[in-house]
Every structure is written in C-alpha cells, then in structure tokens.
Design a protein around this ligand. Structure first.
Ligand SMILES: [Zn+2]
Length: 486
C-alpha cells in the first residue's frame, strides 16, 4: 500500500483517487513471465468457467445445513458432520478420504438470561460466550460497572469493578475486510479475565457484530491461568444500547444474570480429509479447506459451512479432469476451529514430518461473500508465478493484493512452520452481521457467489499443483496474523 501511495504522490495522482493511483504501479510490474505451461492455464480457465456455470457448492451447503445443522465439537451434530463430510468426499469421487481424530475439552451452552432490575426493569437478550462458566444456581444480581472499551476496564480503579457486573460496550465497525473485528474482539477474548482480576462477579459485552438485530453473537473467550473464572455473556446490540441508555440516566443500574453451561470433559472430534492424488509428485500437496465445526446458535452456513463446501467443490472439479495435476490436492475440513484452532494444531502434529511437502495453502473462512483480492503470502521470488496464477483468476473480478496474504486461521500453524499461503479475500461487509449468531443460516448465502469462490479456488489449486517450482513462506511467516482469528 505504502509503495502505491509514494508512486501516486510522485506523479501527482493522489487527488484522482485510489483507482488512478494503481495504474502506474501496474505498468512498472507488468513483466509477463511463462513459468506455468500455457496448457495448464487453459485447463485452469476451463475449471474457472465450469465452476461459474454451476459448481454444486450451494447444494452441498443446503445438505450440510439441513441434514446436520450446528456443529459444536463433542455434540451429536459434530459427529454427524464428520460422517457427512467423509461421505460427501467419497460421493464426489475423491481418491482418498480419511478422518484424523483428536481430543480436546468439550463445552456446551445450556441457558442464559439477563434482566435489568432497576432503575427501569427490562429483560435483555443475551447468550453465553464460548467456554463461559455458569453463575451460581440462583444467578447474580449486582450493579453494572460500564466501560466503553477493554482498555478503559484495564485502566480502571479496581474499586469501581469489585463486586459488580462489568459491561463493555465497544461497537464493532463495518469494513469490507473485516478489520473492525480485530479492534473490537478483545472485549470478548480478554474482557472476562481482566474483569475478574479486579474482582468483578461477571461480565457482559456488546456483541462483536455489526448488525442491529435482537440476536446476540457468541464466540470464544480466553480465561487466563490463575485468574478466577467468571460467567461471561454477550448482549444483542439493541440490548446493549438499552443498557447504555439506562446507565446514561445517571442512576445505578442493577442487572440480574443467570448463566448455565456444561463442561463435557475430554471429547473426541476430527479433521476430515479428501485428496485428489497428484499424477507425478503425489507426496507434495496443495492444501485448501475450511472449518467444519460451527457455533451452536445458527447452522454454520457462512461460518464456515461455506468454506468447507467451496473447497470441497473445487477439489471435486479438479478430480473430474481427464488427468489430475502433478501434485496432490488435499481438502481439509478442520475440526474445532472456533474453540481455539484445536484441529489446526492436531493437523500440524499429525503431519509435522511432512510440512515441507505442503507446497502452498489457502483456507476459506470469511463467510460466503465474493472474492475481491488475491493476496499471496509467499517468498518474494515466487511473486511472478503468483501473478501468472492471478491472471487466470482476474476475469472473476479479483485484484492482485498488496502486502502479505493471510491463509486462514487453520493454516496459521502450517504457515508458522514455513508453508506458503494465498489469501483469497472475500467481501466481508455483511459477514459480521451474521457471524456467531442465530442468523448464520443458509438463506443468507447466494449460490452464484459461492460459484465465484469455487472458480477461484479450483483455478488456483490446479495451477499451484501444476507449477514445478516452490512458493516458500514469506519472511515474516513466523507471526502470521489475520482478521478472522476467532
Ligand atoms: Zn470461522
């Protein structure tokens, strides 16, 4: 971004806006290479166009959300999802299909209720945050200690917090790239332990979401070791507004909170894997995928059923070609992403001796919006070949992105271990209206938009698997970060 800005300023183009500023950059970089055979590009373009004509991804998502539904690790829905995925991989003609199980702590929600007791009694819509402990059986009734942000809570005098229910009201901002999430989500992840350190009895937050529906957004919290665990819940955004307005009236606000959740102990879940075996270098894999688990309030259509079916359909289309690509296409439906990348870590542990055979990866985990940018996370030397691959995706309305790409949350451990990634960045303008809420359902997904995503994944995966060279990780791979770390 910075480089474009400098070029634009030098040419006096800044007043023309961003679009004009990109033109000179394009000219400087437009050295065309031929690192991938023309025939492979023709095949990839064929995959792209066939996907646009109908990839079957929506039908898969309809099946997953109808026949399985919510998929919280350790629940019957999760077990059904694992069986569903393996069966679909087989039905779609994948050469190898297998399930890699792992264990983790299990957690389920039971109930959550909140009401303002005074000054103006009203019931509020809330939901527990993932991992939240329960309140005592009779609930908690206490005065609310309101903070606009997590930073304000952390800076506060403990005397203002002790014995109270903390309320953080920070509002998530809407952006296409979802960058409002990162700055708001600390209230959810770190708020509970920060409040508990100062003696709070419980915490409620404004949902980390951009909608104004009366639905609360869940999501994982992180209890710090050695800090008391307090119950934590999210208010729907309109309910958070009610609470703020009552607080603004100036009288103490008393909240009653009753939360019940259940610890399942150690549970077993799995990553489900399907492969299209490469014709020459079968041990080398191009890995694509999404996460199979979902939160329990919706049916996990956009988070992340979409990512699973987009990549599943892309792999299936490559499998239908007359001849598979040189390298293997491995599609992974990761388990237990939402509760802390358990599946991603289990995958790395199971495959740590073959990390160097993971040539490049891309995970779809940002909803079901159209892809607008192609952002490589590769070594500088691999940028020319990535530009060649991008040329095949360009007709999909995808621009070449600046900066280091984020390959998706489940690829963080592999990227940190040296794997190259590609960020196929989706339009997330509306994603956080739905994210982790009961509104995450099939009706929000557009079949044609899914097809555009499949077209991009299929063409990319095929070309990356055909290319004879390597991509290698970017220099800064040891600390990959992205907008959707959940
Ligand atoms: Zn997700």
């Amino acid at each position: 971004m910075k480089r474009i800005l400098v070029t634009a300023l030098a040419l006096g183009l800044w007043s023309c806006g961003e679009e004009a500023s990109e033109a000179p950059e394009e000219e400087v970089k437009a050295v065309e290479t031929n690192l991938i055979a023309a025939e492979a590009k023709t095949i990839a373009a064929g995959l792209r166009d066939a996907a646009l004509a109908g990839s079957g991804a929506y039908t898969l998502l309809e099946s997953l959300t109808t026949e399985v539904g919510p998929r919280l690790p350790g629940t019957p829905g999760d077990a059904r999802a694992i069986a569903w995925t393996a069966a679909k991989f087989r039905a779609l003609g994948y050469d190898k299909v297998w399930v890699e199980t792992f264990t983790m702590p299990g957690w389920v929600r039971v109930s959550a209720a909140a009401e303002i007791v005074s000054p103006y009694p009203q019931k509020l819509v809330i939901t527990s945050l993932g991992w939240s402990v329960s309140t005592p059986a009779g609930g908690i009734e206490a005065e609310v200690a309101h903070f606009a942000t997590l930073a304000d809570l952390m800076a506060a005098d403990p005397a203002l917090v002790k014995g109270r229910i903390v309320f953080i009201s920070n509002r998530m901002e809407r952006f296409r790239d979802g960058s409002g999430y990162r700055s708001a989500v600390g209230a959810r992840g770190d708020g509970p332990s920060e409040a508990a350190k100062k003696g709070a009895l419980a915490i409620v937050i404004r949902s980390i979401g951009t909608d104004n529906h009366r639905l609360a957004h869940t999501g994982g919290l992180t209890y710090q070791d050695g800090v008391p665990r307090i119950a934590a819940a999210a208010l729907s955004n309109p309910d958070a507004d009610i609470l703020v307005r009552q607080i603004e009236r100036g009288q103490p606000v008393i909240l009653r909170l009753k939360v019940l959740n259940r610890d399942l102990g150690t549970i077993e879940t799995a990553n489900v894997i399907g492969e299209i075996t490469g014709r020459e270098a079968a041990q080398e894999v191009v890995i694509i995928g999404g996460h199979l688990d979902s939160w329990d309030l919706g049916t996990g259509a956009v988070d992340d059923g979409a990512g699973v079916v987009i990549t599943m359909a892309a792999g299936a289309m490559i499998g239908e070609l007359e001849e598979p690509p040189r390298r293997t296409i491995r599609v992974v439906a990761f388990g237990a992403e939402e509760q802390g990348l358990f599946g991603a870590r289990a995958y790395l542990e199971a495959h740590k001796d073959e990390v160097q055979n993971h040539i490049i990866g891309a995970e779809s985990d940002f909803g079901a919006g159209r892809i607008w940018a192609f952002q490589p996370g590769v070594a500088e030397a691999a940028l020319p070949v990535m530009r060649e691959i991008w040329r095949v995706l360009e007709p999909l309305g995808i621009e070449f992105g600046d900066g280091t790409g984020f390959g998706g949350p489940d690829l963080i451990p592999l990227q940190a271990a040296g794997m190259a990634v590609l960020g196929l960045r989706q339009d997330g303008t509306d994603y956080f209206d739905l994210h982790h809420s009961a509104d995450d359902t099939l009706d929000k997904v557009d079949a044609k938009t899914l097809d555009q995503n499949v077209a991009a994944y299929a063409a990319f995966a095929y070309l990356a698997a055909e290319y004879e060279g390597r991509f290698n990780a970017p220099k800064d791979a040891e600390k990959p970060l992205g907008p959707d770390r959940e």
